[in-house]
Design a protein around this ligand. Structure first.
Ligand code: NAD
Length: 497
């Protein structure tokens, strides 16, 4: 029987009264696995009101108690790691090992949220004037919100609500309409871990429901992760309605390969970071910038990529799963055709990919282009598929100029044996997350996820110390206590007045 995904409002998993429902599908065969409601305005209003009421008590809960909730939650998530990964695989098609990684990256953020006591510390300066001290404290804001994409159904919701709630806020989450099931299970486990039932609310839907959140006066912050056009819309609409907004957007991540790099390492890392998760990672390497002698490595790269094949989530031989939808597959196939038409050399073409037993899945095989130039659409657009393109340049300077001229700035890496080249690259590159002989340099949660330029709209990034600043307000107190007020000794008589 196909389940109807509930909303989570006021601590209750309840069926929506909506008349508008969306199919949630398994991308390996496009069968319908659930029906998802687009929440009504009344339902969203109720979720926001309930979160606002919950904030009044939750903000007063002692910080160590909030930390203990996160400790219990991370323990429970670990206990349910395999089960969560299997559910995640069913709605994304991710292979099991990769799905486990998605969940694990979220668990690490919950662990960081359990450090909330030290993260909430303020600052003090004694004697800013005679007998006067100034100190700051941080306080939660109120109702925060999050809108998440399809490609990390566990990790990205967990970037958001644990940090916000640990800081004393309450939260309304609108998960991806393509992969809502993992988020619902994360919420069940959160309540099982001891979360007060109304600190996290979940509403479902698409643009209409998101826009309602963006315009609602009670919502204080909006955390968004998704595609570029939607990120721009979210940032512009949210800030127009005077909210604090962080909007993480698309990417085009380059790996610069110097000729002195270890060739075997380069090939292995390029394969894993370009076609892993079917290229549907915002930090996937989608452009290899081959410098000078490294241009000769294309045939080795082709050979290594040709050995990888997609498959079902439980196929342990598969390198990755399907694309999320037939639309996503058609978009990728269209870009592959444009690449050929615009003169790039298609070294390996995954357009006609079949997986035994899954004739209706959204499969695309590993695809490799060489001879790509920056005006081609395969260079300009985020393909978000298992497609690696190679741009050949003659020097490190030329590589840096290419990457800095690209509008995106999420991640990049350089592979080299030369410290000076690596140092020059890390210093001059206009990208927020840099790997040196590391292909996908996603920082662990004690740092923050720091995409730049066209990959991020906002000021304060996800998780780490920046998330705490995003989800709190700073209050500064300046205090003077008069020495005359200090009692001079015990008063042993009855006070007459
Ligand atoms: P998407 O923009 O289509 O959807 C993201 C969320 O926005 C979903 O919850 C969706 O329901 C909602 N949404 C869709 N259209 C909307 C609209 N018009 N108005 C308001 N809300 C709308 O993104 P996606 O396809 O789910 O995710 C893939 C994209 O996310 C890629 O571009 C990828 O690079 C990006 N991404 C970025 C990061 C990062 O950290 N920078 C991380 C993961 C994914």
């Amino acid at each position: 029987m196909i389940q109807h995904v509930p909303l989570l409002i006021d601590g209750e998993f309840r069926q929506s009264q909506s008349l508008q429902w969306i199919d949630v599908t398994n991308p390996a065969d496009n069968s319908v696995i659930a029906k998802l409601p687009c929440a009504t305005e009344d339902e969203i209003e109720e979720a926001i009101e309930s979160a606002a009421a919950a904030f009044q008590t939750w903000k007063e809960v002692p910080v160590p108690e909030r930390a203990r909730l996160m400790l219990s939650y991370q323990h429970l998530l670990k206990t349910h790691h395999d089960e969560l990964a299997e559910l995640l695989s069913s709605e994304t098609g991710k292979i099991f090992a990769d799905a486990k990684g998605d969940v694990w990256r979220g668990i690490e953020v919950v662990e960081q949220a359990a450090n909330i006591s030290s993260l909430m510390m303020g600052e003090t300066v004694e004697n800013v004037a005679t007998n006067i001290d100034t100190y700051s404290m941080i306080q939660p804001l109120g109702v925060c919100s999050g809108i998440t994409p399809f490609n990390f159904p566990a990790m990205i919701p967990l970037w958001m609500f644990p940090m916000a709630i640990a800081a004393g806020n309450t939260f309304v989450l609108k998960p991806s309409d393509q992969v809502p099931l993992t988020a619902m299970r994360l919420a069940e486990l959160f309540i099982e871990a001891g979360a007060p039932k109304d600190v996290l609310q979940i509403v479902h839907g698409q643009k209409e429901q998101v826009d309602y959140l963006l315009k609602h006066p009670t919502i204080r912050t909006v955390s968004f992760v998704g595609s570029v056009p939607v990120a721009r819309h979210i940032y512009q609409t949210g800030t127009h309605h005077l909210k604090r907004v962080q909007a993480f957007a698309g990417a085009k991540n380059h790996m610069v390969v110097m000729p002195d790099a270890n060739k075997a390492q380069v090939i292995n890392n390029l394969v894993g970071s370009s076609v892993g998760a079917a290229g549907q990672r915002c930090m996937a390497i989608s452009v290899a910038v081959l410098v000078d002698g490294a241009k000769e490595w294309i045939s080795d790269l082709k050979e290594a990529l040709a050995k990888v094949h997609p498959g079902a989530w439980d196929d342990t031989e598969a390198g990755y799963g399907p694309l999320i939808s037939p639309q996503a597959k058609n978009r990728v196939l269209g870009l592959i055709e444009e690449g050929k038409a615009q003169g790039a050399v298609c070294e390996l073409d995954g357009s006609h990919c079949e997986v035994a037993g899954y004739p209706d899945g959204n499969w695309v095989g590993p695809t490799l282009f060489s001879g790509v130039s920056p005006e081609m659409s395969i260079y300009q657009e985020e393909i978000f598929g298992p497609v690696l393109i190679c741009v050949e340049v003659d020097s490190l300077e030329e590589a840096i100029e290419l990457v800095n001229n690209n509008p995106y700035g999420n991640g990049t890496s350089i592979f080299t044996a030369c410290g000076a080249a690596a140092r020059k690259y890390q210093h001059e590159i206009q990208v927020g997350q840099v790997g040196i002989n590391v292909p996908i340099p996603v920082p662990l949660p004690f740092f923050s996820f720091t995409g730049w330029r066209g990959s991020f709209y906002g000021d304060l990034h996800a998780y780490g110390k920046q998330a705490i600043r995003f989800y709190t307000e700073t209050k500064t107190v300046t205090a003077r206590w008069f020495e005359d007020d200090i009692p001079t000794g015990p008063n042993l008589t009855i006070h007459l007045r």
